[in-house]
Design a protein around this ligand. Structure first.
Ligand code: NZQ
Ligand code: ZN
Length: 385
């Protein structure tokens, strides 16, 4: 096992009727800015419940954070907080609202151009406005991690930031608040959580037995509960397991002491900014081709994955790897998500465009062995056409 430090200060408040706890989680005298997306939380009643719980405090709402949050929009919230001195931000929504809120919280006190915070990967954030979340979409793990992904359309950038200051103070996870999700977003969420797990698991073995078993537990849970929660969105038990699996997939626990490979995500971010594909769709497209391209490097873990997660035994090693990759693709497709670029009407030049972007973003040595160069990324995208 590799050396590691594990730190995660976020308080999770999980379960039905937990939004009322906001009253004790946020100081009584706080001036609160609630950040939301395009209005789903108004329609499904979550916002009203939040406002009721915060009754008695000065509360305002900043609305309009887009899916794949956009820098210019977020800067409007930053200006509002600077001018009106809010001292707590409450994000109510999915990964985009949560990520956007993290950026807002980190940019308020930035004396320089806040876009530089993004270009530098978030490491220069010195001070934040405290923030917490009410989750409405299980997928990203943003509710319990210190990452965010920020986009800028004018420059065609979608870039990750990370900083220890970006852990939320708390996150409320009430699975019933996700019942109103469109099926497409449930599918995206299952795939996102699945791929977060494989990116911390399908690398090379380092005798991280507990990490491997945790990762396999998350994957098996998604395989078992995913179809149930997709088909029966209001089955509370199944949705609760999905919500917690998605949080556990990216809160640092399964990454501790093991190699990581975030190349599927980095290639996927370029596909989103270039073509507007949903985050989950890009992962469903890239991961199967990436596993095929890297099957020698990932051989031992692919065999372990095939045997322990998909129950593949009694075949040759090559056949187990073939089947494990096919079953992964079939799992994504079982939620109606297409896994080839041509199925989204994307042109044949995608691979060239993606590698130009990756070079511009210094993503030229990806993967657990840093050997996914632009040439390798080119082959991966080409195989995904
Ligand atoms: O904007 P509203 O109206 O709220 O609608 C949203 C949006 O249209 C809707 N939605 C959310 N909760 C709902 C709901 N609709 C009905 N009922 C509800 N309960 O769903 C749509 C998608 O929302 P979004 O927040 O964009 O989705 P997701 O949670 O998948 O977040 C995606 C973003 O997170 C980033 C992605 O790159 C992408 O920008 N990621 C963040 C990560 C992190 N912070 O660690 C890791 C991930 O790998 C990912 O990269
Ligand atoms: Zn993701």
């Amino acid at each position: 096992m590799q050396n590691f430090e594990f730190y995660n200060p976020t308080r999770i408040v999980f379960g039905q009727n937990t939004i009322e706890k906001l009253n004790s989680l946020i100081p009584k005298n706080a001036k609160v800015l609630i950040t939301i997306g395009g209005g789903s939380v108004r329609k499904n009643g979550t916002l009203a419940e939040v406002q009721k719980a915060l009754d008695g405090r000065h509360v305002e709402i900043f609305e309009g954070i887009e899916a794949n949050p956009i820098f210019e929009t977020l800067m409007k919230a930053v200006e509002k907080i600077r001018q009106e001195n809010f001292d707590f931000i409450l994000g109510v929504g999915g990964g985009s609202v949560m990520d956007g809120t993290k950026f807002i919280a980190g940019a308020v006190h930035c004396k320089d151009d806040p876009w530089k915070l993004v270009l530098d990967g978030g490491k220069d954030i010195q001070q934040i406005v405290p923030f917490g979340f009410v989750l409405t979409l299980p997928a990203t793990g943003s509710e319990m991690n210190s990452n965010a992904v920020i986009s800028r359309k004018t420059t065609e950038d979608k870039l990750p930031i990370k900083n220890e200051l970006l852990y939320p103070v708390f996150s409320i996870l009430d699975p019933t608040k996700t019942f109103s999700l469109p099926k497409k977003q449930v599918a995206n969420g299952i795939i996102d959580a699945f791929v977060h797990t494989t990116e911390q698991y399908l690398t090379y073995p380092v005798n991280g037995s507990i990490q491997d078993r945790f990762a396999e537990g998350i994957l098996l849970t998604l395989i078992e509960e995913g179809p149930k929660t997709y088909n029966n969105p209001e089955d509370y038990e199944s949705r609760a397991n999905f919500v917690w699996a998605a949080t556990m997939a990216l809160n640092g626990l399964i990454a501790a002491g093991v190699p990581e490979d975030w190349s599927t995500h980095m290639i996927g971010h370029e596909l989103t900014i270039l073509y507007g594909l949903d985050h989950g769709q890009t992962l469903a497209i890239v991961l199967p081709s990436l596993l095929e391209e890297m099957r020698q490097d990932k051989r031992e873990k692919l065999l372990q994955y095939g045997k322990r997660v998909w129950g593949l035994t009694g075949y040759s090693d090559e056949k187990i790897i073939d089947e494990a990759i096919s079953k992964t693709r079939e799992f994504f497709e079982s939620f109606g998500v297409k896994t080839y670029l041509h199925e989204y009407d994307i042109d044949n030049n995608a691979a060239e465009k993606v590698i130009e972007q990756l070079k511009r973003h210094h993503m030229t040595a990806l993967g657990e062995r840093k050997n996914i160069t632009p040439d390798v990324s080119y082959r991966i995208v080409q195989a995904s056409l």
